[in-house]
Write a protein that binds this ligand. Structure first.
Ligand code: SF4
Length: 308
């Protein structure tokens, strides 16, 4: 468990400062004396979705949220276990409609039996289906991972390509999967617009767009490209641990003073803390083999399949 489940700054946090037609103002973020820097209202250019913020104010608030989240989750990382680009692209395809935890509990057996694209391309589908059964939609996922392995062998010399336009040609690989692979296996910046990312950027009024590609473009404008991959991790981690879909833990949220949707969830600090998941709530994470930085911060590895 993390020694500091939620930063002290979050304790008792809970005053929304950007709501309705007002912009973020000078606020005491919590009582710890730390100030949330003022972002002044500029009514000349109202770019913030429903906050009345100018584009400049929106950029400042968005970047401040990202900086705050970087302090809360300094160990943020992709939550799929992988050792090479092939494993990451397969794991990401398998993660549709299930949790990263379930994928991580399933892939050790898959990659032990089929360590390369050549091995998986030549696999007996029935045997792969049996391994992938815990992931759900196992027949379709078997077709996808065998199909993408064949495409890697036939079109890319058995290597995962490092370009967006090539990745999206692989069976089962869309832009979201491609950006996960580019950002985390090739170090190329990408914004991963998954369900958490979509929900949180709407709560933060960063954009009113609803289509992933448009969200990607709108949010991309708020941040330097070099920050895109880490930003994606921070947002997704916050969505999984604190800003949940149905019960956001607003009363335990470190960025409450910057959030126009504060109050959408539980605001009582004690009740909110009980909603926290994974290391913030003192529970195991999703990776069986998380990075050392996560373990050093008190994070607990996930158990293998059948162990818990
Ligand atoms: S939990 Fe979500 S909705 Fe609530 S204050 Fe935090 S970011 Fe905003």
């Amino acid at each position: 468990m993390s020694k500091s489940p939620v930063r002290a700054q979050a304790e008792g946090a809970g005053r929304v400062v950007a709501r309705g037609d007002s912009a973020v103002g000078e606020q005491d973020s919590d009582g710890s004396g730390k100030k949330v820097k003022s972002v002044k209202k500029d009514s000349a250019k109202t770019a913030g979705a429903k906050t009345g913020e100018s584009h400049t104010a929106l950029v400042r608030r968005a970047r401040r949220i990202n900086r705050e989240l970087a302090e809360v989750y300094p160990y943020a990382h992709p939550e799929l276990d992988f050792e090479n680009p092939f494993q990451l692209v397969v794991a990401t395809v398998l993660s549709a409609q299930t949790t990263d935890l379930r994928v991580n509990q399933t892939t050790p057996a898959l990659f032990a039996k089929y360590p390369t694209p050549e091995d998986l391309a030549a696999a007996d589908p029935a045997e792969v289906e049996e391994i992938l059964r815990p992931c759900g939609f196992f027949r379709a996922k078997t077709r996808s991972v065998i199909g993408l392995s064949k495409a890697l062998v036939e079109d890319f010399g058995g290597e995962v390509p490092g370009k967006l336009e090539d990745l999206v040609k692989l069976p089962g690989v869309g832009r979201k999967t491609a950006f996960v692979v580019l950002g985390n296996a090739f170090g190329r910046p990408g914004i991963t617009v998954d369900t958490h990312f979509q929900r949180l950027v709407r709560r933060w009024k960063w954009t009113e767009e609803t289509e992933p590609e448009k969200i990607e473009a709108a949010v991309g404008e708020l941040f330097p490209k070099k920050d895109w991959t880490d930003l994606s991790h921070h947002v997704i981690w916050h969505g999984r641990r604190i800003c949940h879909a149905r019960k956001p833990a607003c009363g335990a949220c470190p960025i409450a003073p910057l959030c126009p949707s504060y109050g959408e969830g539980e605001t009582d600090p004690d009740k909110a803390r009980k909603l926290l998941k994974y290391e913030k709530g003192g529970f195991p994470g999703q990776r069986l083999n998380p990075p050392q930085s996560y373990l050093d911060a008190g994070g607990i590895p996930a158990p293998p399949l059948g162990a818990g």
